[in-house]
Design a binder for this molecule. Structure first.
Ligand code: NCD
Length: 337
């Protein structure tokens, strides 16, 4: 796929080869992330980071990725601080910001809003999450993590058994992840969710049309068994009409070290897009798992920077010039220790 100048809006744009292209380039970003080397290939470039919905790691990792390649970042956070509250259309905002920046990373609470915005943008727009719809860069970093972790535990990457657990209706990360995994052969999906929060038909048919096996259950202990990976998610309380309704489901599924030992196969890898909801009434992924070597969540969030560096390099057409702009790192860093 020729990425130069392209928007990254949905996993629908990707075929397997394009996913592998991103992953291969992301691997080459490791020395930069580990501060063994630096590349200033994006020196002079500007990223506009527009986050109209709460975010910590997606927003900061987009910025970190751009900075690590030598570019500068302008940020705006929250709807209240933008002219959208004055009735400006997404199209107009996109036209204006395109004049100020070389790339735009954007998150917005409404499904398909980032695509609408991109239709008015003249620079590449990367979707950092549009409502309950999609989160394509998360899916790419999740896929990177899945292959990396399976290799780490010495497992075959040709057959993947994965359980997706929690709010599968509203969770955009699991929508994009199911789409992306459907591009690979021999995936067995187990969807673990209460009936009311089950995976949308649209996504199920993508997995089904790709010929993958799918299991559905409401029972966590059943879903955890015989998996290579378990992907936990938070109840997306901000997408419910009332807090009371969300609270019916928060705390329904809780993975603790004890439950892991009881039901999970040896070396089952645990992922979560984060943030985990660590409040006692939810706590879907207990912090008593923090010492479990197969808890991949922080390796996963770190991989997000590499994947986003790769995407910026591709859409801005500098993926072959990284080394040309490489130099040593002068400051102290213990990242590789
Ligand atoms: C997720 C999101 O915002 O969709 N987080 C993320 O980007 N890493 C998941 C969530 O908020 O639960």
């Amino acid at each position: 796929m020729d990425f130069q100048g392209q928007h990254i809006l949905s996993i629908e744009q990707f075929d397997r080869e394009a996913v592998e292209q991103v992953i291969t380039l992301a691997e080459q970003m490791t020395p930069y992330l580990n501060r063994q080397k630096r590349s200033t290939v994006l020196d002079g470039a500007i990223l506009a980071s527009l986050f109209f919905e709460p975010s910590t790691r997606t927003r900061v990792s987009f910025s970190s990725a751009f900075n690590l390649l030598g570019g500068k970042v302008m940020e705006t956070v929250g709807m209240g601080a933008s002219s959208l509250t004055k009735g400006e259309s997404l199209y107009d905002t996109a036209q204006v910001i395109s004049g100020y920046a070389d790339a735009i990373a954007m998150r917005h609470p409404e499904a398909f809003s980032v695509s609408e915005f991109a239709s008015g943008a003249t620079v590449p727009v990367l979707n950092g999450g549009d409502g309950a719809n999609e989160h394509p860069t998360q899916a790419l970093l999740d896929t990177f993590t899945i292959f990396d972790e399976l290799k780490r535990v010495g497992k075959n990457t040709k057959n993947i058994r994965i359980a997706l657990v929690g709010d599968l209706k509203n969770g955009r990360t699991v929508h994009s992840l199911s789409r992306i995994l459907s591009l690979f052969p021999n995936v067995e999906f187990t969807f673990v969710a209460p009936n009311a929060l089950s995976m949308p038909e649209k996504i199920l048919s993508v997995c089904d049309n790709a010929g993958h096996r799918m299991n559905m259950t409401q029972d966590l202990s059943t879903g955890l068994q015989n998996q290579d990976l378990v992907y936990m998610t938070r109840v997306q309380e901000e997408r419910f009409n009332t807090q009371e309704e969300a609270d019916l489901y928060r705390g329904k599924y809780r993975l603790t070290q004890k439950i892991y030992e009881q039901y999970c196969a040896t070396n089952t890898i645990i992922m979560h897009p984060l943030p985990r909801d660590s409040r006692p009434e939810a706590n879907e992924l207990s912090d008593d798992m923090n010492r479990n070597p197969n808890l991949a969540i922080f390796r996963q969030s770190n991989n997000g920077v590499k994947v986003r560096m790769a995407l910026f390099a591709l859409v801005l057409g500098v993926e072959k010039q990284l080394k040309q702009h490489e130099s040593d790192v002068n400051w102290y860093s213990n990242k590789t220790k």
